[in-house]
Design a protein around this ligand. Structure first.
Ligand code: ADP
Length: 249
């Protein structure tokens, strides 16, 4: 299938590691010019190098999506450098789990500020440019955890918020040729997850509720993201695609 995105500009946040990195690589393989944005400058740099070595086009950007001014500047830089942004993959995120009774204000706010407000910051800067050109694809990273999980009130709320943001903007931007969709991954085998001391427990608990008895791979999320980011998905908007081995709740 020709995805129709050759030479398009794709900005992927949190692209230094895990799912975001897989998305950046996959978009580059389809011929996109990829902006690899991450708060971790070293990770963004090595991801961009990696893509360039594989004969893709990439630009590394150190960016904290939770801060509005740097996002504004970064978008202006990309527009000046590459002339437009066709695809935004809002992937940057993190978790700081804990029981609700002792969840600190910072623990709540930090997760909301990156996972939800960070997506708002990026869309606010980029969607008007897309709308002015009459074309755009926005893919937001939600999570199966929007259904809820123990010790994840902050994370689940942020990801449920991502779904609300996605559906509202699908309606708001539909007439201007910009689609807004979300993907909701379940348990995905990233390096970060594999390093967690409680990895075996998390894995066993997740697999118990999954019809497909294995963890997902970052590339499997990237495949879905690339399709939703492509010219071929133009009649799909406001959708939340679960990539969770059949586990929903
Ligand atoms: P996942 O399993 O979702 O892929 P990772 O932790 O492997 O999780 O990847 C998330 C990426 O998001 C990391 O590269 C991390 O540096 C990045 N990130 C976290 N917070 C921010 C932020 N505020 N701005 C930009 N990128 C961020």
């Amino acid at each position: 299938m020709d995805l129709g995105i050759e030479n398009q500009v794709a900005l992927v946040t949190g692209a230094g590691n895990g799912i975001g990195l897989a998305c950046a690589r996959a978009l580059a393989r389809e011929g996109c010019r990829v902006v690899v944005a991450d708060i971790d400058a070293a990770a963004a740099g090595s991801a961009a190098q990696d893509i360039t070595r594989a004969r893709g086009q990439a630009l590394a950007l150190a960016l904290d999506v939770s801060r509005p001014e740097p996002v504004r500047q970064a978008v202006a830089e990309v527009l000046a450098h590459w002339g437009g942004i066709d695809i935004l993959v809002n992937n940057a995120g993190f978790s700081r789990d804990g029981p609700i009774g002792v969840m600190s204000d910072a623990q709540w706010a930090d997760v909301m500020n990156v996972n939800l407000t960070g997506q708002f910051h990026c869309i606010r800067e980029i969607a008007p440019h897309m709308a002015a050109r009459g074309y755009g694809r926005i893919v937001n990273m939600a999570s199966r955890a929007h259904f809820g999980d123990v010790n994840k009130a902050n994370y689940a709320a942020s990801k449920a918020g991502v779904i609300g943001l996605t559906r509202a903007l699908a309606i708001e931007l539909g007439q201007s040729g910009v689609t807004v969709n979300a993907v909701a991954p379940g348990i995905i085998q990233t390096e970060r997850l594999s390093r967690l001391p409680q990895f075996a427990d998390i894995r066993a608990r997740s697999l118990a509720g999954m019809p497909i008895k294995r963890m997902g791979q970052p590339e499997e999320v990237a495949d879905a993201v690339v399709f939703l980011a492509s010219a071929r998905s133009g009649f799909i908007t406001g959708e939340v695609l679960h990539i969770s081995g059949g586990r929903y709740g």
